[in-house]
Design a protein around this ligand. Structure first.
Ligand code: NAD
Length: 451
């Protein structure tokens, strides 16, 4: 479904009227068709604001090795508009440290380029030595989220990473994702980076998933298809799973992209066994599993037939848990594996008419937090992705006004594309994302719902 408001704004005859009515004029978000490269920041100016904390040296080196022209506030020329701002705040532990946030950033913040990227690196509150230090670290999240709301209309995304003291070596891929075009629709997020999960021997910077076997459920269309495409682009061997009635679509996808189709209803009683037999026979093991397939059956609870409740529970949660249990029991998920689950902002905030759906999507948030730590010693990470309003068949089916409200109620004033979700999933499946485990990250343009 096209974004009518964007089109009216671009049109010479209607643009003035739309603006006169005070309606939003969503910026064209910068996206990239190609995959990751060795020098993602080539030609970019990165401004590094430092607190002299434990991440200072590492961050400078990482930006430089990614090809950025790294500056500080003192050597940025008046005419320059930085594409990237990294706020290294790992040294902030007292209330007296806050004024430097204002002093360093206030004069510069309006100069950040359209479609720029801001990443705040904060100390991990649970490692803080005093209650004040924990509070100061957490305060940075309020700063980042507010800045995201201020800069979002210009297509600038602002995110924060809480980084554990021993996790500096896990930051390279985090910087590459959050300071790159891949994060066009991820804003206002706070993630945690730790060294609790074993790191893989190799951390590639291009063709990130070469040699990995990945399975995406619900891969015939929408977010699942975009994800499969994206993982394939990074070199993964793909298994595309969808319901038997979508077998024709799956075949077409396989012919176009290369890979193996699997027509299977994940809600079928014997689905886990079928899946295990298939993986064992054809691939011998699995490195990446994206639990993307999901359904909605909306009704307010008082009017909801039991079939709606049961179907959603079965597809969105019970089948996922059953497949995971079978996969782990059969020892088919390889070390350094990656599990990604499609949650939803409905799971974060709840949603009218979605008690069934929101229960399953919120359950996944709790599930990854626990599962991630259980599997960390094997280097396996489990994370959830919570999309906001993404332009797919699922959101096309919404009534006009609900759809229009969903599209605009975020800092970027527009809906996201399946590719935006795929980018976040791709990042989480990469070897370099070994510091991120048990997180739920929204891809919602900093949606106001549940913010
Ligand atoms: P979609 O309806 O466009 O695609 C879902 C795919 O899953 C379809 O190809 C469908 O055939 C498949 N599927 C459904 N039931 C299945 C089953 N039992 N077995 C195998 N395959 C099955 O959905 P989408 O918008 O691409 O969403 C993908 C995921 O993202 C879902 O889990 C959804 O809840 C979540 N999500 C989407 C949005 C959004 O805005 N589109 C927002 C939040 C969360």
């Amino acid at each position: 479904m096209s974004d009518l408001l964007k089109e009216l704004n671009r049109n010479t005859f209607t643009g003035w009227l739309v603006r006169a009515l005070g309606m939003p004029n969503p910026v064209n978000l910068l996206r990239q068709d190609s995959g990751y490269s060795e020098y993602p920041f080539k030609g970019k100016t990165a401004l590094l604001a430092t607190s002299g904390g434990y991440l200072e040296g590492d961050v400078h080196g990482m930006l430089t090795s990614g090809g950025a022209d790294v500056r500080n506030a003192y050597n940025l020329k008046d005419s320059e508009r930085p594409d990237i701002l990294v706020v290294e705040a790992s040294g902030m532990t007292t209330v007296e440290d806050y004024p430097q946030l204002y002093e360093q950033l206030q004069p510069l913040v309006r100069r950040i380029a359209v479609n720029g990227r801001v990443l705040v690196l904060a100390p991990l509150p649970r490692q803080a030595e005093t209650a004040v230090a924990a509070g100061v670290a957490r305060g940075l999240e309020g700063f980042a989220r507010s800045l995201g709301k201020e800069l979002g209309p210009r297509g600038v995304t602002v995110n924060l990473a809480y980084v554990a003291r021993d996790a500096a070596d896990r930051l390279d891929m985090v910087l590459r994702f959050f300071c790159g075009p891949q994060t066009a629709y991820v804003s206002g997020q706070a993630i945690t980076v730790t060294a609790e999960t074993r790191a893989p021997a190799e951390l590639p910077r291009e063709r990130l998933l070469t040699g990995k076997v990945a399975l995406v459920t619900g891969a015939a269309r929408g977010i699942g298809l975009a994800t499969a495409q994206r993982l394939r682009q990074e070199g993964a061997e793909l298994i595309y799973l969808d319901i038997p009635t979508a077998a024709g679509e799956l075949e077409k996808v396989c012919q176009k992209l290369g890979g193996t189709p699997l027509a299977l209803d994940i809600a079928a009683e014997d689905a886990p066994q079928q899946l295990i037999a298939f993986i064992r026979e054809k691939f011998g093991g699995l490195d990446i599993l994206v639990h993307n397939a999901g359904i909605t059956r909306d009704k307010t609870l008082g009017k909801m037939p039991v079939s709606f409740w049961r179907q959603v529970m079965q597809v969105n949660l019970a089948s996922i848990v059953a497949i995971d249990e079978a996969l782990l029991k059969a020892e088919l998920l390889r070390d350094s594996g990656r599990l990604v689950y499609l949650s939803s902002i409905s799971g974060v905030a709840g949603n009218f008419g979605q008690t069934n759906y929101a229960t399953t999507k919120a359950a996944l948030i709790g599930y990854v937090a626990a599962l991630g730590s259980q599997l960390a010693s094997r280097g396996i990470c489990a994370n959830a992705v919570a999309p906001g309003f993404i332009e797919t068949a699922m959101t096309d089916a919404m009534p006009f006004f609900t759809r229009e409200a969903g599209r605009r109620l975020n800092s970027l004033k527009q809906g996201g594309q399946p590719r935006d979700v795929a980018e976040l999933i791709c990042f989480l499946t990469s070897p370099g994302a070994c510091g991120i485990n048990g997180n739920t990250i929204r891809v919602c343009g900093q949606g106001l719902i549940g913010a």
